[in-house]
Design a protein around this ligand. Structure first.
Ligand code: PEP
Ligand code: MG
Length: 859
């Protein structure tokens, strides 16, 4: 590309060698329109290499370029960047306008129109090319604008069209090299050396005696993707800006006024025909920019229709179903991250936003509701049928029911793997955490905002979990669509993907979601949530207060039927798909009440003195509960808990078998760090399995596995695999333990850390492939060396992140497991990974220019 001889310009004709790489995508797109017999005005392309040379001060022969447009040239200059989404400087119209041209326009089109046209050119030239103060040209008439130009530059407005074109091309080429333009296009995925071509195009006037004007038309609705003709047309106008007083016309027939469809049915039919040809040949829904001059239609440009993610899915599926593009390409056209917009209600992007605070976007989607400061308040609102936003300093397991009742959760503290964030993602509830600028006064039930405003319980706010913002009042929403198009696209994605996707699901509701989103099974069922329901919490607390192992077993026997019922429901919903159940993980004190009233209520329930209960709670408290008696340590110290859980799982398995549902349960032991831990738990669970087999006279299979959540477990994975059929990496804890970074407190400084580039991203959100990732590689490799058929998976929050999925896939993991709402995104991301590796060029072809391009950045 860099070695091509410097060529001033090339006329765009059907046969000329024009490419997006050399001339930018718009040049190639216009050539494709010309080849489709769409009436594009004469256009020449200034190659990217030429524009680079212009930016460096090399002159080009603008007079020669303009000679292609007749004796009185009037042209526009449009940007033509290499990539369709990379922006570029604004188009400039009417280059060639000067006193002589103005005089002839006065004769042909009248004084007013000629003045407006000239004025518009002087204004845009002065502001965008000569870079003069815009205020000096605001609201001026032609004479004033010409004078202002003279005053500010000490020279008259340039009359020579070649000089004008020289200045315009120089200014546009330099604008492209400027820092802000670079930053903007970097954000859109453009490489450092992204190039800009320019197009010089004959002006189509848009004014005249017959029907004249300018407009845009498109054939699908940008918000929904449904076929629908929309657009705008204004007679006697250029680029949509009026040159006379004529009003706008409707595009299609409309009871409110005249339309282009009625006034010019032939032109309207031509536009529809051009749109249809663009769709099939450019393989995309395009918006067409057009001008009509005395009844003669010109198509100036065609761009990809701007669309919501939801519309994007519908459009891609429709193109594939109509045979315009292959299904795989439809899959590749939708970015995985765009799906979260489809999965949840969203704040309407057209709505006004009064931002009251910004925190960390922890669970996508948006919700409007009344502020509730406690779980009880949230449940009260829910009981009245009023949506509410639970606002807490941070959430604890006691808030679960409040979170269930809330439409959204906002916390002052916490990071992306804090309790609030994990639970909210699991529930599919929008959540913002770490909004540290809030001041929460729980006594007065008031929330003081950074700007001094005070909100009270019951006041309405809108939470945008996709951007991490809370907004004042009730903002307009777009509702989620899990429509047929969405399902079709994901079915196509599944046909291409080669890593399994399961869901983290703790409750029947989660499991139903997992099924609805076609997860291949449950990869992590956290059983602790099952013990937070009112009736069970009391029994759990009794168990914690039991003095002997026998007493504990007796209390646990009361939990057994409830737990069995939990598993029967999960297995039934999953209908034979694999279900991986994690035995109890959290430290026991989490089950005790945290407040004085709660302790008193417990004392009453247990019929014990308050001091007893308080002492017990204090005895259970740990300095570092995350590193204390939790996970397998609990299972070994108080084995009755795991025994009860294993029995419940096996009895549920047998119950399902009797009803024709064959289940091979997977039992997973959390927080392992030593071989002996797995050995001990396995011996006890095997014994329970034998006992259940004996008692029932029926047989069943099960698999035992270990969670790899400590660095030691990863390093000693070979040891663990001796007793484990599978290893599942719990990357939330593994990240915490590898960095020595608290999951629950990292939010406080994470922003500063990312800003100072200590971390490229929050490692609880995007897998740290260098450090934690190395442990994953070591663990998978050592585990498999010890047991070649070992199943390896990841079930931390990273499971829903496309980059982390890419890492696991490359490392040969069997599956990843993520919260149900992220399953569709993960399915799509996994398909992208597999498809972009295939040798077939599908998906790497730019659908507008038809040329091959670099692999897609997103997945
Ligand atoms: C983990 O640590 O990654 C995990 C999945 O378990 P939890 O988040 O429940 O600690
Ligand atoms: Mg964990």
């Amino acid at each position: 590309m860099m070695n091509a001889p410097l060529q001033d310009h090339v006329p765009i004709t059907p046969t000329q060698n024009v490419s997006a790489a050399l001339h930018g995508w718009r040049a190639k797109c216009l050539q494709r329109l010309i080849r489709l017999d769409i009436p594009v005005p004469p256009t020449v392309a200034l190659p990217i290499a030429t524009v680079r040379a212009i930016a460096q001060g090399q002159p080009i022969d603008c007079a020669r370029i303009l000679s292609r447009f007749g004796p009185e040239p009037l042209v526009s200059v449009r940007p033509s960047p290499q990539g369709t989404d990379w922006g570029g400087p604004a188009t400039l119209l009417n280059i060639g306008m000067n006193a002589a041209r103005h005089a002839s326009l006065v004769r042909s089109h009248g004084q007013k129109a000629a003045d407006r046209l000239y004025l518009r050119f002087v204004q845009s030239y002065a502001i965008h090319v000569a870079r003069l103060d815009p205020d000096a040209f605001d609201g001026t008439d032609l004479a004033e604008a010409l004078r202002a130009y003279h005053d500010q530059t000490d020279e008259p407005f340039p009359e020579d069209p070649a000089r004008q074109l020289t200045e315009v091309t120089r200014s546009m080429s330099r604008a492209w090299e400027g820092t802000s333009a670079r930053l903007l296009r970097h954000a859109k995925g453009a490489p450092d050396d992204a190039g800009l071509g320019l197009l010089v195009q004959q002006m189509a006037q848009g004014m005249g005696q017959g029907l004249s004007g300018s407009g845009v038309i498109q054939f699908v609705d940008g918000a929904t993707g449904r076929p629908q003709i929309t657009g705008r047309f204004r007679s006697q106008s250029q680029g949509g800006i009026a040159l006379a007083e004529d009003a706008a016309l409707y595009i299609t027939r409309d009871a409110r006024g005249p339309s282009l469809e009625e006034l010019a049915p032939d032109i309207f039919a031509d536009l529809i025909r051009h749109g249809a040809r663009c769709r099939t040949h450019l393989r995309e829904e395009m918006q067409i920019e057009f001008t009509i001059e005395n009844g003669h239609l010109s198509v100036l440009d065609a761009i990809r229709v701007q669309r919501s993610s939801r519309a994007g899915v519908r459009i891609a599926v429709a193109l594939a179903e109509d045979g315009v593009i292959p299904r795989q390409e439809a899959v590749l056209r939708i970015k995985p991250r765009d799906l979260s917009e489809v999965m949840h209600p969203q704040v309407d992007p057209r709505a006004a936003r009064d931002r009251i605070v910004k925190g960390i976007a922890a669970s996508p989607g948006a919700a409007v509701g009344r502020i509730a400061f406690t779980s009880v308040a949230a449940q009260t609102f829910a009981a009245r049928g009023e949506p509410c936003i639970l606002v807490r300093r941070e959430t604890t397991p006691e808030d679960i029911r409040g979170m269930h009742s809330a439409a959204g959760v906002l916390t002052e503290r916490g990071g992306v793997t804090s309790h609030a964030a994990v639970i909210a993602r699991g529930l599919g509830v929008p959540c913002v955490v770490g909004a540290g600028d809030l001041r929460l006064d729980l006594r007065d039930r008031a929330l003081t905002l950074p700007d001094g405003r005070v909100l009270h319980e019951g006041d309405i706010l809108t939470l945008d979990g996709s951007t991490g913002e809370a907004l004042a009042g009730a903002v307009e929403m777009l509702s989620p669509s899990l429509d047929d198009n969405f399902r079709t696209l994901l079915d196509w994605a599944d046909q291409s993907r080669d890593i399994g996707i399961r869901a983290n699901a703790d409750t029947p509701t989660d499991a139903e979601l997992a099924r609805r989103f076609d997860a291949e099974g449950i990869g992590l069922c956290r059983t602790e949530h099952m013990f937070f329901e009112e009736d069970r919490l009391t029994v759990m607390r009794e168990m914690i207060f039991a003095d002997t192992s026998t007493d504990r077993a007796a209390v646990l026997a009361r939990l057994l039927p409830m737990q069995r019922e939990d598993f029967i429901r999960l297995f039934t919903i999953m209908a034979g798909k694999p279900v991986c159940i994690r035995l109890l993980d959290p430290p026991l004190h989490e089950f005790l009440p945290q407040t004085r009233e709660g302790l008193r209520a417990l004392a009453e329930a247990l019929d014990r003195p308050l001091s007893d209960v308080t002492r017990r709670a204090e005895a259970l408290a740990e300095f570092n509960p995350m590193l204390g008696m939790r996970g397998v340590r609990l299972g070994i110290a108080w084995p009755e808990i795991y025994e009860m859980q294993a029995r419940a799982i096996f009895e549920a398995t047998l119950d399902c078998a009797r009803r024709g549902i064959r289940v091979v349960p997977e039992i997973m032991v959390p927080l392992i760090s030593a071989r002996r831990e797995v050995e001990l738990v396995r011996a006890r669970i095997d014994a329970i399995a034998s006992a259940v087999r004996m008692q029932s006279g029926a047989d069943f299979d099960y698999r035992l596995g270990a969670m790899v959540e400590t660095p030691r477990a990863a390093l000693r994975a070979g040891d663990l695999a001796v007793n484990a059929a599978f290893l599942s990496f719990g990357t939330n804890d593994l990240t915490q333990m590898t960095y020595g970074l608290s999951r629950d407190d990292a939010g406080r400084f994470m922003g500063a850390y990312i800003q100072s580039r200590v971390f490229p991203e929050d490692p609880f959100h995007v897998l740290d492939t260098e450090g934690v990732g190395e442990l994953l590689l070591i663990g998978a490799e050592r585990g498999r060396r010890s047991r070649p058929d070992l199943i390896v998976s990841l079930c931390g929050e990273h499971g829903g992140d496309p980059d982390s999925i890419a890492f696991c896939r490359k490392a040969g993991f069997n599956y990843i497991s993520c919260s149900p709402f992220r399953v569709p995104l993960a399915r799509l991301a996994a398909a992208h990974l597999a498809l972009s590796e295939r040798v077939t060029p599908v998906g790497e072809r730019d659908w507008i220019t038809g040329e091959m391009r670099r692999p897609m950045a997103d997945g």
